[in-house]
Write a protein that binds this ligand. Structure first.
Ligand code: 5GP
Length: 116
């Protein structure tokens, strides 16, 4: 049983605006968007709490998360201007939901990462 907030969204127990789905990944809009487009991509099956918990046999799944975000961005016409993908890990990374997920941020120029 996948008992995280995102597990409940995957099982449609709590509502979310789903914008992408394939066999093993769900994409839905972030409830508190940090950019004009802010979509979260999560694995539907395996529960990986953080990137640090991922094992080599889960490399394919993590890669498919990236490709799902890229596919969505192309489909929505966001790829030409570009976008950012981010995966937060634990406290210092700012992770709040311990169900590994990829943020896709797009729709406007984003600040240069790490700029003063
Ligand atoms: P994290 O901080 O763990 O990297 O990302 C978790 C994200 O989940 C945050 O950007 C937050 O706004 C989003 N979030 C938290 N609760 C909900 C919710 O109930 N629904 C949706 N769609 N997003 C949520």
């Amino acid at each position: 049983m996948n008992d995280t907030l995102f597990g409940k969204i995957i099982r449609r127990e709590i509502p979310a605006t789903v914008v992408y789905e394939n066999d093993d990944i769900l994409g839905f809009k972030d409830i508190a968007p940090q950019a004009p487009v802010h979509v979260l991509f999560v694995p539907k099956g395996e529960v990986i709490p953080t990137l640090d918990d991922a094992t080599p046999d889960q490399a394919g799944l993590l890669g498919r998360l990236m490709l799902a975000a890229a596919e969505y961005a192309r489909r929505e016409g966001l790829a030409k201007d570009g976008y950012r993908v981010v995966m937060n890990c634990r406290d210092h990374g700012g992770q709040t939901v311990y169900h590994v997920h990829l943020h896709l941020l797009a729709g406007a120029p984003l600040g240069h990462f790490g700029a003063a």
